[in-house]
Unconditional design. Structure first.
Length: 147
């Protein structure tokens, strides 16, 4: 970006380890640039359709429970970071695709994500952060999560 005055910072979170530390960095960047801060969590579909006779009724229930847990967790995180309810989002789908879509549709200037140091097979397969960084239409701040 040629203009370094960010107006919209997005913290795309996996709601796992390091969430508060990464969120604090996102909040710091938003405050520094007097930018809007949004939160996004992507709930991926379960890879197997459990409603297809394998375990009747379990797939939908599991997804609904996961959605309720995500809603609760993103609400708690939003409260801790001072992010208003209208700036907290949960998307359902591919993490990479949904983060990119959100950035494009919401005119995000800066995406903040956590980045794990990877070893072994996960280096070969790549990470969500690495995949998103090469495809998102904005600057990316990858905050290292201590192992």
């Amino acid at each position: 970006m040629s203009n370094c005055a960010y107006r919209h910072v997005l913290y795309a979170t996996d709601l796992l380890e390091g969430t508060d530390a990464i969120g604090a960095r996102a909040r710091e960047m938003a405050d520094h640039y007097q930018a809007r801060l949004s939160l996004l969590y992507v709930l991926e579909h379960m890879p197997v359709d459990l409603d297809d006779g394998f375990l009747p009724g379990v797939g939908g229930l599991a997804d609904e429970e996961r959605l309720q847990q995500a809603e609760s967790a993103i609400a708690d995180l939003g409260e801790r970071l001072g992010v208003t309810v209208d700036q907290r989002s949960i998307a359902i789908g591919s993490t990479k695709a949904e983060i990119i879509r959100f950035c494009e549709e919401q005119a995000v200037d800066l995406l903040v994500m956590g980045s794990h140091s990877r070893h072994g097979l996960s280096v070969l397969l790549g990470s969500t952060a690495k995949s998103v960084m090469s495809n998102v239409p904005c600057d990316v701040l990858a905050v290292r999560i201590p192992e």
